[in-house]
Design a protein around this ligand. Structure first.
Ligand code: PLP
Length: 508
């Protein structure tokens, strides 16, 4: 199938926002021509870059959302070797426009309706900048106590703000940790589950010594990161059971139970169920509470992947996304999707942190310190794959404080309302079909004339330039997905998309 963005780079591409960069670059050039920046050079270039970002963000709606160059076109504009002598920073800033802009897909565009949102707000950019400015490593509490304590604290704030179970609070046996992505979150949760299921034998002696095979369960609509995690964790694709879903895209609990029973009968070790709250394709919700009861009965680890939809729980009326959270051993969502926190930022909460730490902790002499020995601090290196870690919590802190929970709630509500308006218009259209009842902000649409007509519709919407939608397959049918969640998206953008969709549906 053709990619939704498959349009070619137009050689006449003219960046819309060169003025601020050029003016500000002039200042930077005056200050210093070559070599590492001094403080004045940094100050000026920093101001210029902030101006450039503001100009970009404020004029982004004038651009085509995705205007792809021919492959290799961006590299062709760059020299073959890194420069021997340092170049003026103004020249580098200028090349953001000249070289890179032709190859940028505008994820912050108000017409961004593809995949899921990947928001980046001014607040999160400031948090990111502060993090880079501090340049600390937060692998141990003692390598920057504020880095650890802010993280623990804002993740406790989020438990309250999202009304998640108190068992995830750091004040009890649980706690939250920032991972780069939901993919890493499911991997570390799975490793902890694998260890728990084998009484930590595979950790000590390797998986090969575990006499029976460990089995992972997820739905056939779950994100590919679950299967990837199983492969990395040494479990293998063959022992990942992709449980079929019902008409709405939710995991079939009866089939899950039957698979677990079958695996028990074979002598395998059913160990881990990854449920999804908001599937990537059509935003379906697995029945987490029912699945949780099964996990409890059979002693399986329950992981919840609420990557995009977890954010909805800021609003009381959408707290159905938390159903069953009380059964979860681990729960993750991505502030880097619907919350205005730029990539990368995934929150993973664990009900019993001791299991995770036991599964991942290795303590070499060079990391020993009195605070760790005291047992009174969190060392987040034991909660993740890498040792080193960024000060990610800063951007969450900036966003939570500047927006306030109320501001975030309004953002979510606005997107859901826009999606519901679109869904109502689609429902009323004779030639379009809603493939699921949209619970939140994703509208899954098909053309009544079949896949070819749906593909034509996708192509026409994406050729318009003002919008980008993406696709998936659901119960064998091609789906035009409209995912509404970009911070810049206003009702007028969704209204314009709706008009285009309905008009083109008649022509498709
Ligand atoms: N889970 C779900 C439901 C997703 O939709 C996605 C990505 O869209 C992921 C996991 C993977 O996210 P990440 O890029 O944070 O690994």
């Amino acid at each position: 199938m053709q990619s939704p963005q498959a349009r070619c780079y137009d050689a006449g591409y003219a960046p819309a926002m060169t003025t601020a960069a050029t003016n500000s670059s002039q200042n930077a050039r005056d200050t210093r021509a070559h070599g590492p920046l001094d403080r004045e050079g940094f100050r000026r270039a920093g101001h210029a870059l902030i101006d450039w970002i503001v100009e970009y963000r404020e004029t982004i709606g004038d651009r085509s959302v995705a205007h792809l160059p021919v492959p290799g076109a961006i590299r062709a504009m760059m020299p073959d070797r890194a420069p021997e002598r340092g170049e003026p920073i103004a020249q580098i800033l200028g090349d953001l426009d000249r070289v890179l802009m032709p190859g940028i897909v505008h994820w912050q565009h108000p017409g961004w309706f593809a995949y899921f949102p990947a928001n980046s707000s001014y607040e999160s950019i400031l948090g990111e900048l502060a993090s880079a400015g501090l340049g600390v490593q937060g692998m141990l509490w003692s390598t920057s106590p504020a880095c650890t304590e802010l993280e623990t604290h804002v993740l406790d704030w989020l438990v309250h703000a999202l009304a998640l179970p108190e068992r995830f609070l750091s004040t009890g046996r649980g706690g939250g940790v920032l991972q780069d992505t939901a993919s890493s979150a499911v991997l570390v949760a799975l490793v902890a589950a694998r260890e728990r299921a084998t009484s930590f034998a595979s950790d000590a002696r390797g998986l090969a010594t575990v006499a029976r095979n460990i089995v992972v369960y997820t739905s056939d609509q779950a994100h590919s990161s679950v299967e990837k995690a199983a492969r990395i964790a040494g479990i293998g694709k063959e022992f990942v059971r992709l449980i079929p879903v019902d008409a709405g895209g939710a995991m079939r609990v009866d089939l899950l139970e039957a698979e677990i029973a079958r695996d028990h009968a074979q002598g395998y070790i059913p160990a881990f169920v990854s449920t999804t709250v908001g599937t990537t394709g059509v935003n379906a919700m697995d029945p987490v509470a029912d699945i949780g009861r099964i996990c409890r009965t059979h002693g399986l680890w329950l992981h919840v992947d609420a990557a995009m939809s977890g954010t909805a729980a800021f609003c009381e009326e959408f707290r159905f996304v938390n159903d069953g959270a009380e059964f979860a051993d681990s729960w993750c969502f991505n502030p880097h999707k619907w919350m205005p926190v730029n990539f990368d930022c995934d929150v993973l909460w664990i009900a019993d942190r001791a299991e995770l730490v036991r599964a991942l902790s290795v303590l070499p002499e060079y990391l020993r310190n009195a605070a760790t020995d005291s047992g009174k601090v969190i060392d987040y290196r034991d909660w993740q794959i890498p040792l080193g870690r960024r000060f990610r919590a800063l951007k969450l802190w900036f966003v939570l404080r500047s927006f306030g929970v109320g501001g975030l709630r309004e953002l979510v509500r606005g997107h859901v309302e826009m999606a519901q308006d679109l869904a109502a218009r689609v429902r009323a259209h004779a030639r379009l079909e809603l493939l699921t009842d949209p619970l939140l902000n994703l509208v899954a649409i098909a053309h009544c004339d079949g896949d070819a007509a749906t593909q034509r519709l996708i192509d026409r919407v994406n050729q318009d330039g003002r919008f980008l939608v993406s696709h998936c397959r659901f119960h064998g049918r091609l789906v035009l997905r409209v995912s509404i969640g970009a911070q810049a998206t206003q009702r007028s953008h969704v209204a314009a998309l709706t008009e285009l969709l309905l008009r083109e549906a008649d022509a498709a």
